[in-house]
Design a binder for this molecule. Structure first.
Ligand SMILES: Cc1cc2nc3c(=O)[nH]c(=O)nc-3n(C[C@H](O)[C@H](O)[C@H](O)COP(=O)(O)OP(=O)(O)OC[C@H]3O[C@@H](n4cnc5c(N)ncnc54)[C@H](O)[C@@H]3O)c2cc1C
Length: 384
């Protein structure tokens, strides 16, 4: 089930079932063999995986794309996320639960969404969600309905100009945006939310729906839950045990962006891509697709005794939904920067490392239509 466009389940434009996809083409067209099991351990010395079905799998090169797990935060547990205060930051049953709660919200109700400190999955995503919910309550709830956005970051984390316009102008009077919120505590039963705002004042409000987006880390981080029932696979700390928790205080897997090979001791031959990787690129599906290409190209070269491409390029493109029929977009080209050994935003494919990304300032229905084309292209490129 894909996360992209899952916001449209919240406003009723799409069904949860429409987010499903299969790996069938990868098997039938490209000879990929699928094993339905979870990875439970990586033996980096023996170069062997242990799977939940008891099988052992040797490897010459291993590519891991385990995504994120979600921490217990704001006084909430994984059970709270699954039953009362869904984060819905992985599409699935929580998405439907949040939709149902939004529909049932009283006409003058308050919807609270919290945003964790960066880095987290899909930088513009939480702001997009706030806009979608605000747009929904404008047409389906009374004039008293409110959306409160508690952002633990000091400012909007992506597409700042466009999303600021969306939050503060297009949805003015419905959305209250609170940057620099901290010490957030949520009571899953009463939906009372307490926090300190950006200038240190203590605040308390009673919400009807609370949508906490928890702090995230690469899956397989710890032996505690850290992941909802929909991904029990990440609950045993296999990544930490394999020594692949060497990025940002162990939260992510640090990699060499020339090949996405792990930089951990014992990480030789192990490549990590997607949200789990710590490499300076945004945590987004389009970027994960790009990382996979760089990684695959590097593996082919390395297996052939060559060096990986010394100057890889990756693009990122993202549409943000602002209302049920309009969207904005941003795109950027990232190039390898020798000085920092990381990827930096270039001047739209030129050689100027460090320039600003190309952004759109327009919020239009044309963008909304193009978003669907862009999404189909990404999914076709990845899975068909
Ligand atoms: C609301 C929302 C909107 C978004 N919108 C966009 C957008 O418009 N554009 C965009 O580019 N990105 C968007 N994203 C981000 C995008 O969904 C993620 O960046 C992308 O899914 C990351 O891919 P991944 O493969 O790293 O992780 P995932 O998609 O999470 O896939 C990881 C997979 O690994 C599996 N796994 C984990 N551990 C194990 C194990 N031990 N054994 C076996 N399997 C395991 C998991 O079950 C999962 O299936 C959005 C995200 C959200 C939440």
């Amino acid at each position: 089930m894909y996360n992209i466009l899952s916001g449209l389940v919240l406003n009723g434009s799409r069904s949860l079932g429409s987010l499903g996809f299969t790996h069938a083409s990868l098997a039938s067209k490209y000879g990929v063999e699928f094993v339905r099991a979870s990875l439970v351990a990586v033996d980096t010395l023996a170069r062997e995986l242990s799977l939940s079905n008891g099988a052992k799998l040797p490897y010459d090169r291993l590519v891991l794309a385990p995504g994120n797990e979600f921490e217990d935060a704001c006084g909430l547990t994984q059970a709270d996320y699954d039953t009362r205060t869904p984060h819905a930051w992985r599409a699935g049953p929580q998405t439907q639960l949040l939709r149902d709660q939004l529909v049932a919200m009283p006409s003058n109700g308050t919807f609270v969404i919290t945003i964790p400190k960066s880095p987290y999955r899909c930088p513009p995503g939480p702001y997009e969600r706030a806009c979608l919910v605000a747009d929904f309550v404008k047409t389906h709830k009374g004039a008293g309905a409110r959306v409160v956005v508690l952002d633990e970051n000091p400012s909007i984390q992506a597409e700042a100009a466009t999303l600021s316009k969306a939050l503060n102008q297009i949805h003015a009077g419905v959305i209250s945006y609170v940057p620099g919120a901290n010490a957030i505590q949520i009571d899953a039963n009463t939906k009372v939310v307490s926090y300190r705002d950006g200038i240190g004042s203590s605040r308390t409000l009673t919400a009807q729906v609370v949508n906490p987006i928890p702090p995230q880390r690469a899956s397989g981080s710890s032996g505690s839950s850290g992941s909802s029932a929909s991904s029990a696979s990440s609950a045993n700390g296999w990544r930490t045990q394999a020594g692949l928790a060497n990025g940002t205080s162990g939260r992510w897997a640090a990699v060499n962006v020339l090949s996405f090979e792990s930089t951990a001791t014992g990480g030789a031959g192990i490549h990590v891509i997607g949200d789990a990787a710590h490499c300076g690129l945004p945590k987004a599906g389009h970027v994960a697709n790009q990382e996979a290409k760089t990684c695959a190209d590097a593996i082919v070269r390395l297996l052939g005794g060559q060096q990986s491409d010394p100057a890889p390029v990756a693009t990122s493109a993202c549409y943000s939904i602002i209302t049920a029929s309009t969207a904005s977009w941003m795109t950027a080209v990232h190039q390898y920067d020798i000085a920092s050994r990381g990827m930096k935003v270039s001047n739209n494919g030129g050689n100027t490392v460090g320039a600003k990304p190309v952004k759109s300032t327009a919020i239009t229905s044309k963008n909304f239509k193009r978003m669907n084309i862009c999404f189909s292209a990404l999914m076709d490129d990845t899975f068909s």
